[in-house]
Design a protein around this ligand. Structure first.
Ligand code: RAT
Ligand code: ZN
Length: 455
């Protein structure tokens, strides 16, 4: 079956002459009275800006700086296809609002039965207008599959027919993404095995050393390190921190991660008199400096407020970002990628980024990844930080999600960036396609490449 590209092919359509949208008097003057500079051949008229921004966004391959996707070499750890798309935890949370099925009953079903239950409840009996449900529709449509069928037979037969290696590359290409950054957990038993068998990161799938089990999960996982020959104890006393550094060094050699990462709750404090605080200070931060990689902090989750719904049972809380201030201030030689989950923390994060040049805000994470919220946060970041941040990552858990997540990001960004350039033109600075391209490169590639020494 033919696939449909989500993005327009190269070659842009010139803006319609004389097409003027509603605007303020100043905007109208700007559109009808070219400035001196606008007479130059590369300069864009105000009514050309939007289509050029769209075109540049559509044709620039992005780096997806945080996902839960895996390269095909990781086998069944990599999720793809309709059953995985439908059982995404964002949709499981929605299922329990539109169906009477209990979580306990749902967890007893097979994956296929779960997907059927979600399709029926959210796509057949209700209109799929939430962000996560529209995403599934967009994916089906991208492959010319029926979007309103009572069952999943045709979709299942399409996905069954795909061969994972070429299919993976095709999906990334359709999404306009050149590389995705994985989330690699050295203490995940299956994943550990893949790395031990010699797997490595590739140009399309970059590795990240995820530290959750080591930092906030120390109590349940220190014995795994012990079993692997690292001399650690429950309270991380004695040689423990040095041994964790040795563990990180071994995994750095194995994975070549582009950064190390941890997700933290809304209660995160730094510095802190705890095992987590000690390991951060004495093992993780020195290792990041030694290997010259940033540390990614994703702050604000409230874990398992409803354990009955498992992965869907986490919530959000406003964090105290003095922890970010303290860590950026105390460790100027470390670079930090920071994403905060609470909408209320976004402005503070921008303020701290203005204070500390070792802080790179990134993405609109999890519950924030909705167009209305992305728009608000991204406008705020542009107004406060110009192009010195990373606007978005997909957080995709299922391969095909990159199709709708990046399409939606491009659509939201087109409006935001066009507006910025129109304001700039109104203020007296002309805009060219080259400057738009330079800025989009920086936002969606360059900032990350520079932060992680990829360029
Ligand atoms: O967005 C998500 O899917 C969350 O469940 C988390 O995985 C979060 O992105 C994380 O990386 O901790
Ligand atoms: Zn994530």
């Amino acid at each position: 079956m033919a696939t449909r590209l989500l993005f327009r092919a190269r070659g842009w359509v010139p803006a319609r002459a004389g097409c003027k949208g509603p605007g303020t008097e100043a905007q109208e003057r700007m559109e009808t009275t070219p400035t001196r500079q606008q007479r130059g051949k590369d300069l864009l008229a105000a009514d050309q800006i939007h289509s050029i921004v769209e075109e540049v966004l559509a044709t620039t391959p992005f780096i997806d700086v945080h996902t839960h996707l895996f390269a095909p070499a990781f086998g069944s750890l990599g999720l793809w296809g309709i059953d995985e798309l439908l059982t995404y935890h964002y949709l499981e949370a929605e299922l329990f609002r539109s169906s009477t099925i209990s979580p306990e009953r749902y967890w007893e079903l097979s994956k296929r039965e779960q997907a059927d239950a979600i399709w029926r409840a959210l796509f057949v009996e209700n209109s799929p207008i939430s962000e996560a449900t529209r995403g599934v529709i967009a994916v089906l449509d991208a492959f010319d599959l029926p979007t309103d069928s009572p069952d999943l037979a045709e979709a299942r037969s399409f996905f069954r027919a795909q061969r994972i290696e070429p299919y993976t590359l095709k999906v990334l290409q359709m999404a306009g993404v050149s590389s995705v950054v994985m989330t690699n957990d050295p203490l995940h038993p299956e994943e550990q095995q893949v790395w031990m068998n010699g797997s490595h990161s590739t140009a399309e799938f970059l590795a990240v050393l995820r530290l959750d089990r080591i930092l906030w999960g120390w109590a349940e996982h220190w014995q795994c390190l012990l079993q692997q020959g690292y001399s650690v104890d429950a309270q991380a006393t004695g040689r423990s921190a040095a041994e964790v550094r040795r563990f990180l060094a071994d995994w750095y050699e194995r994975m070549h991660p582009v950064y190390m990462a941890v997700s933290l709750t809304d209660a995160f404090q730094f510095p802190e008199d705890s095992v987590q605080g000690k390991l951060l200070r004495e093992a993780v931060l020195p290792s990041c400096r030694e290997f010259d990689v940033p540390l990614s902090l994703m702050i604000g989750v409230r874990r398992q407020v409803n354990p009955r719904i498992r992965l869907a049972g986490d919530a959000v809380g406003k964090a105290d970002l003095r922890a970010v201030e303290n860590i950026c201030h105390a460790y100027p030689e470390n670079r930090f990628l920071v994403s905060v989950l609470s909408r209320e923390n976004q402005h503070e994060l921008c303020v701290y980024a203005r204070k500390f040049s070792n802080l790179m805000p990134f993405g609109c994470w999890w519950f924030l990844n909705n167009p209305s919220i992305v728009e608000e946060i991204t406008r705020e970041r542009i107004e406060m930080l110009g192009t010195s941040f990373i606007p978005q990552h997909s957080d995709a858990r299922v391969l095909e999600q990159v199709l709708y997540k990046w399409r939606n990001t491009r659509a939201t960004m087109a409006g935001i960036l066009s507006n910025s350039y129109k304001l700039l033109a109104r203020d007296g600075r002309s805009v060219t396609r080259q400057t738009i391209q330079r800025d989009v490169n920086r936002l969606f590639r360059g900032n990350f490449e520079k932060w992680t020494n990829l360029s």
